[in-house]
Design a protein around this ligand. Sequence first.
Ligand SMILES: Cc1cc2nc3c(=O)[nH]c(=O)nc-3n(C[C@H](O)[C@H](O)[C@H](O)COP(=O)(O)OP(=O)(O)OC[C@H]3O[C@@H](n4cnc5c(N)ncnc54)[C@H](O)[C@@H]3O)c2cc1C
Length: 384
Amino acid sequence: MDLLEESIVPEDARAAKQEAREFAAEHIEPNAADYYESGEYPWEILEKGMEEGLVAQTISEEYGGRGLSLQEMLAMAEELYKADAGIALTLQLAGFGTDILEEHGSEEQKEEYLRPVAENEQISGLGVSEPETGSDLAGMQTTAEKDGDEWVLNGEKYWVGNGVEGDWLTIYAKTGDDPDNRYGNYSLFIVPTDAPGYEAEHIPEKICFRASKQAHITLDNCRIPEDHLIGVEGAGFYMVAEFFNHGRTIVAGHGLGLAAAAIEESSVFVHDREAFGRTVDQFQAVQHDLAEMRMEFESARSLTWRAAEKVEQNNNAGYWAALAKTVATEAATACAERGMQLHGGRSVLEENRISRVYRDARVPVIYEGANPIQRNLIYRQAPR
Ligand SMILES: Cc1cc2nc3c(=O)[nH]c(=O)nc-3n(C[C@H](O)[C@H](O)[C@H](O)COP(=O)(O)OP(=O)(O)OC[C@H]3O[C@@H](n4cnc5c(N)ncnc54)[C@H](O)[C@@H]3O)c2cc1C
């Protein structure tokens, strides 16, 4: 069964897809259950991914990366998240947010901070969410104030991938207080994790995505040089929103990978499991469940690849990214739910992959903008 068959993938993204598939088969699948159980950060697999050119490679060749396209990243996401979402997220987050620096940063910033990430000497991450605010990008409370030739940051960030492991992060902070210009009050900064006043610890253990680690960051008079501002002061909201158009299209790929894993696992199970003197797949109700899973998966996949083209062309990108993210991540939760039912009592055994997929599927419907927020965006940005 090859649910992630390549015909829908543009030809120039198929080689990257194949690389990710081979990497997943060799390094992720055999280790997924162990990392899930231990909840450890998968350093070894991350390092292998770096050796094989799979980490932080959207960065252009000019700054030491491969310049992987959105389509290539999507094709890779489908494969990696099907193998294990937690490990896949760790591979992806090592360069999370660096697209913003490449697009808006100065030459000096790119040489000093972007290049080491592209060359896999450093790890980065993006800190937007806070303990009290996640969905409301214009409601974040962390502040950055100018003091002489430095910026001084105060506040907390939560859920930040690589807040502990990373070398530097892109941090979103409030630099203005204009109630009539809510979206113009934010800016982005390069914050080295060894800056004075920066503290980070892992958040409590999760029930899912266990091989990926998120941090609670405290910024207590955290001082960074003034040239660590990315782009223009006050443009942070718009830079993050633009970045999320790409990010959400790739999160659709997370959903497709998880949905494919649920279908694959359930199909094998019902063909082996017997009840009432026959294998379970012979019951029409079970066949209908499998048919529904295919319908959910194939519709989501078609939409996602159409959206990727629209986003790449910057053609109403916010609308298409939100559509793909919502439909594909909900295909994952729906397929995982059906898959659990088809596994009967064995569905709840930790050792069974379906239980891992079921728990992991809860996350892509939340991160990079919870799906109710996506529905707001779809409604507002739908062509009239
Ligand atoms: C595994 C994981 C990794 C993450 N990695 C990162 C990271 O690297 N960097 C980072 O900055 N963040 C990260 N996040 C945070 C993530 O982006 C936020 O959790 C998400 O944006 C939702 O914010 P929240 O959890 O504060 O939910 P809240 O904003 O508190 O919302 C709770 C719920 O209320 C509902 N809701 C809220 N507002 C509305 C509305 N306007 N309309 C309708 N319904 C609404 C939704 O159902 C929503 O799910 C990560 C999260 C997870 C789980």
